[in-house]
Design a protein around this ligand. Structure first.
Ligand SMILES: NC(=O)c1ccc[n+]([C@@H]2O[C@H](COP(=O)([O-])OP(=O)(O)OC[C@H]3O[C@@H](n4cnc5c(N)ncnc54)[C@H](O)[C@@H]3O)[C@@H](O)[C@H]2O)c1
Length: 429
């Protein structure tokens, strides 16, 4: 059964090679090469010996995925919360167990660590791990502050250690395929980027006893979390920098606790506008007390709208319908239209009813296996894939800047000192 899963996954990864990521697209996504069939073949007989710090919800998900990755060998697990440590240990009974991550970093059997602890722990754990000579996969968002993100990036440069951040959309074939069409200019210039994430729920987890409230529900408290901006926005903010090739020159917004007034400290309602140097706006909106619109990531170009998670493109001028389709559409329209002699003085612009064209109909998964495969391969070869960390860095840094703008109720720009050396001039020059 497990072998079948591995084979399915392999053919899925092979589909990446079939995306036609040549020329401009291949140059735009150089990191994808790290989990290509050729890269997997290069390391086929070797293992990345992994120690995981914080096998909670996301960590356990990665541990399950690692069963599909032939190069992943889980040798150690560390958690301060015993139930999660024991749960993970059932999946990998041979792994050595630790309750203090510093002790795990002393283990010579561990080549690389996967950090899936709450946000406020990422920085120190990642810095200590790189200082201890370990390669690091750290979940998003990268760290709690912009300065910490920068220090982590510099530590990676100084130590030469591999550093991945869990922005799995960078390895999601449907995002890559859609983005390659945008970057090739197939749909005209990008005129707007629209991101939203709507849910209807309190974002709480069950707590077995009251003293564990902050440990389990860390996302709701400012000391540990930056709320919706680091938990959700950071995946979506990267779409704008990716699609436009630029970095936002400013961000403004508003946030509040509008419904879940239950002692939480992070906003349950946020709206941010990021503006790129050419004037293009990117929005991020999130409300967790109405789920009607669900989750959306849309690149609006002059000639089409590209729906990234839906993997569809909606042309501004859709191809002509067949005769029978037109007739059905006309009958449907006729039933609901106003009578000819009593027209309304105003009718809402409802936008296009076009059903769109599938970009990648057979897409499955979300890139989480591929990013972990790429990390394992990079740990084995010692080669850091180009640009993958820079993309992730800006996703985190601009979500943190957004949260600062909400807190300070000001329009903010990223301090020049946080532009990475490799990306000078990318902000529209
Ligand atoms: N990429 C994605 O799509 C995605 C999805 C979900 C979560 N995440 C990220 O993963 C991270 C973890 O989120 P989660 O939902 O799994 O949280 P979680 O609370 O379920 O898991 C965190 C784990 O870390 C452990 N931990 C806390 N402090 C520790 C310490 N000092 N030493 C060792 N272990 C410690 C906890 O006991 C827990 O087991 C967050 O950064 C989150 O943003 C990413």
């Amino acid at each position: 059964m497990e072998e079948n899963k591995t084979m399915d996954r392999r053919s899925f990864i092979e589909r990446l090679g079939g995306l036609g990521l040549a020329g401009a697209a291949a140059a735009a996504f150089p990191w994808v090469e790290a989990c290509s069939p050729a890269a997997n073949k290069e390391v086929a007989r070797e293992k990345a010996r992994i120690g995981m710090i914080g096998p909670g919800s996301r960590g356990y998900f990665h541990l399950e995925n690692m069963k599909q990755i032939p190069q992943a060998e889980v040798v150690a697990l560390c958690d301060i919360y015993e139930p999660n440590l024991q749960h993970a240990s059932e999946l990998y009974p041979e792994a050595k167990l630790y309750r203090d991550y510093r002790k795990m970093l002393e283990d010579p059997n561990v080549d690389c660590v996967v950090i899936t602890t709450p946000l406020f722990r990422h920085f120190q754990m990642a810095m200590d791990a790189m200082d201890a000579g370990k390669n690091v996969f750290c979940e998003k968002a990268m760290a709690y502050t912009i300065d910490e993100c920068y220090q982590m990036y510099m530590k990676h440069l100084q130590t030469g250690k591999i550093l991945f951040i869990g922005q799995q959309r960078l390895f999601d074939p449907k995002y890559l395929k859609a983005m390659s069409g945008v970057l090739a200019g197939n749909y005209g210039p990008v005129v707007n980027v629209r991101n939203y994430w709507f849910r209807n729920g309190d974002w709480r987890r069950d707590v077995p006893s009251p003293e564990l409230e902050r440990h389990i529900n860390w996302r709701l408290y400012r000391e540990y979390s930056r709320g919706l901006m680091t938990e959700l926005a950071c995946h979506q903010i990267q779409n704008g920098t990716w699609a436009t090739g630029m970095l936002p020159s400013q961000v403004m917004g508003s946030g509040s606790i509008i419904y879940w007034k239950d002692g939480r400290e992070v906003f349950d309602n946020v709206a941010c506008i990021y503006t790129f140097p050419n004037g293009v706006n990117m929005t991020f909106e999130s409300v967790i007390s109405n789920a009607h619109w669900g989750m959306g990531e849309q690149i609006l170009c002059k000639d089409a709208m590209v729906d990234l998670p839906g993997s569809r493109v909606y042309l501004e001028e859709p191809p002509r319908k067949s005769g029978i389709e037109s007739l059905i559409a006309e009958i449907e329209e006729g039933i609901f239209s106003n009578s000819a002699f009593a027209g309304t003085s105003f009718s809402a612009e409802n936008g296009s009813k076009d059903k769109g064209i599938a970009i990648m109909p057979e897409a499955d998964g979300d890139g989480s296996v591929e990013i972990m495969q790429a990390f394992c391969n990079a740990c084995i070869t010692g080669k850091m894939p180009d640009k993958v960390l820079e993309e992730a860095y800006y996703g985190s840094v601009f979500s943190l800047l957004g949260d600062e703008a909400l807190l300070q109720q000001k329009t903010l720009s990223l301090d020049e000192k946080y532009y990475l050396p490799t990306y000078k001039g990318r902000n529209g020059a």
